[in-house]
Ligand binder design. Structure first.
Ligand code: MLT
Length: 261
């Protein structure tokens, strides 16, 4: 695969930390982290291929999670980062786990946010393909309709309508092509559970206690299987704890970075 044009941001100094957004967003979900965490690390964010202003994956073959992981690995190498703390939110947690399997030597640490190691159920997979068909016709609006109400905790929706608006806008600016590639890649992703025991780097797992997308047991399953893992549940946050509870989120990441060798 050729080197894709990848949009990125960079702030601060210290341990290199690359934050990867989930589906169907772009680097803007890290708005509350890029500067706030810059005193604790050299914080990079990118738009994954096909999201934000990054070039999409090639169309020749169906997109896979490993293709995203290889695109991220190329970006890390091209930016001369030898070892990085990789943070992946949700779909990007699937990508981070794939990168940990494909290029373990690139990692200094892992941050797994609102994510899970297992594959889709048959029903989940069918839902993705139905959404692909709707996206062909309606574009990003189909995804906003399907997901928006489940992304945020009730307390966020009630007290922070501006967060809901930012999430809505982030979904609506994504392209049909980027969304469709990601849906197909998620639908066909392999089970990463057997690989968890081989992760040798310190790992921070963050979850929202009111996440309606990722089942509550997945964070604890990862904590138990990954040898050096800690789990920080964030109370009253949904699927986007970095936006819903940025102070608690940042505190968890800062403590993790401060304890890294
Ligand atoms: C995400 O936030 O990246 C997705 O909701 C994950 C998924 O649908 O499995």
């Amino acid at each position: 695969m050729q080197q894709l044009k990848i949009n990125y941001t960079e702030n601060g100094y210290g341990h290199a930390v690359l934050l990867l957004h989930g589906f169907p967003f772009d680097h803007a979900i890290w708005h509350g982290q890029t500067e706030a965490l810059a005193k604790s690390g050299h914080i990079f964010t990118i738009d994954l291929p096909g999201f934000g202003t990054s070039q999409p994956l090639p169309n020749e073959s169906p997109a896979t999670i490993d293709m995203y992981a290889e695109a991220v690995a190329r970006w890390i190498k091209a930016h001369r980062r030898r070892k990085i703390v990789l943070g992946g939110h949700s779909m990007a947690g699937y990508i981070a786990l794939a990168l940990a399997r494909l290029h373990p030597e690139m990692l200094r640490g892992l941050i797994l946010i609102s994510t899970r190691p297992g594959p889709d159920s048959e029903e989940g997979r069918e839902g993705r393909y139905k959404l692909v068909t709707r996206v062909e016709i309606e574009g990003a609006q189909a995804v906003a309709d399907a997901m928006l109400s489940r992304l945020l905790a009730p307390a966020t929706l009630e007290r922070h309508p501006e967060v809901r608006d930012r999430v809505h806008d982030a979904i609506m600016r994504q392209s049909k092509e980027g969304i469709k590639h990601a849906l197909v890649a998620m639908a066909t992703r392999p089970d990463a559970t057997p690989d968890l025991k081989s992760i040798t780097v310190p790992t921070l797992i963050i979850s929202g206690t009111e996440d309606a997308i990722i089942p509550a047991g997945d964070a604890e399953l990862m904590r138990k299987r990954i040898p050096q893992a800690t789990h920080v549940p964030i109370d009253k946050a949904g699927h986007l704890p970095m936006m819903e509870a940025p102070d608690e989120f940042n505190q968890a990441v800062e403590s993790f970075l401060a304890a890294l060798p």
